[in-house]
Design a protein around this ligand. Structure first.
Ligand code: SF4
Ligand code: SF4
Length: 297
């Protein structure tokens, strides 16, 4: 199985459109949406949930109401105004933790004189395995305020990997997070190739250099493509030269093309639109990647 990760230095460069198109073009593939903060790959597929599991990360305090004697110590000590004080139906004071305000510092737990606050695992979201018209998708949805660390990315990726291995998939295509933080590191480690999707802007170049160094650090071979290349040919040439000078693989360009937005509005990969210039460019890139990765076992 070949693992290809698609990432970018920042959001909005078109990486999900590229990943969804590769998914439509690949045969016998499993997909993972590791951009868990903005998981939108599923929007371009018809999905049917096969499996849904809860994802817990970190802890949060919970007040045991039957035990609490309303001394107010936790309320007075919390620096984040994360303990709410209300009156119940009988006019009795009630203290409750406000989950969106709580920073998990543990001061309330340590200072409750009668141990009426317990530490609970924090439910941050759900992990899904879904059937699509192109193959199976592993993805996640964070709850509002749910914390994303590399742990959720690793869980999504692991689920995809296990499913792909068990079903003899030829490809594992991963839509990664933007940036260079923990979620990206959790996506990059151990993949066969990374495709960096960037734009020919000054910030695009800056972000590209940072992600480039990250991939180099993990010794993962890199493909580079420039989306909307015709917005600035000079910067596109700079990125191409930078890629080649660093002994990595230049894989191609995608023109600025309104059909990408049309495809998003229709909820389909852009390669499925007839006469799409962007779609044709992505098909050429996929053909190059297939040829180049032919030797990966
Ligand atoms: S410190 Fe403990 S007993 Fe006092 S109000 Fe808070 S939870 Fe209740
Ligand atoms: S853990 Fe800290 S932030 Fe959260 S409610 Fe307790 S004292 Fe406040």
């Amino acid at each position: 199985m070949k693992e290809l990760l698609v990432i970018s230095g920042k959001g909005g460069t078109g990486k999900t459109s590229v990943t969804a198109s590769f998914a439509a073009l690949a045969k016998n593939a499993v997909f993972a949406d590791c951009d868990v903060d903005a998981a939108d790959l599923y929007l371009l597929f018809d999905i049917e949930t096969i499996k849904k599991e809860e994802f817990y990360s970190g802890t949060e305090p919970a007040i045991i109401q039957d035990k609490c004697d309303q001394c107010s110590i936790c309320y007075d000590l919390c620096k984040f105004d994360a303990i709410g004080k209300t009156l119940d139906s009988k006019g009795k004071v009630k203290f409750e933790v406000k989950p969106f305000s709580c920073e998990g510092c543990g001061v309330c737990i340590d200072n409750c004189p009668i141990s009426a606050i317990k530490e609970m695992d924090r439910l941050c979201g759900h992990i899904y395995l879904s059937k699509t018209q192109y193959g199976t998708l592993s993805h996640a949805k964070l709850l509002p305020g749910g914390e994303n660390s590399g742990k959720l990315v690793s869980a999504v990726r692991k689920q995809a990997h296990v499913f792909a291995s068990e079903h003899g998939a030829e490809w594992l295509l991963i839509d990664g997070s933007p940036g260079i933080g923990c979620p990206v590191i959790a996506s990059v480690t151990g993949v066969d190739r990374v495709l960096l999707v960037t734009e020919p802007t000054v910030s695009g170049i800056h972000d590209l250099e940072r992600v480039f160094q990250l991939c180099k650090h993990f010794k993962v071979p890199i493909y580079v493509c420039v989306n909307k290349f015709d917005l600035n040919i000079k910067n596109t040439d700079w990125i191409k030269n930078y890629t080649i000078e660093n002994n990595e693989t230049w894989i191609g360009t995608i023109p600025y093309d309104n059909s990408v937005t049309d495809a998003q509005n229709l909820g389909i990969p852009v390669v499925n639109l007839p006469k799409s210039l962007a779609g044709e460019s992505i098909k050429e890139m996929w053909a190059k990647i297939k040829t180049d990765t032919g030797e990966i076992k």
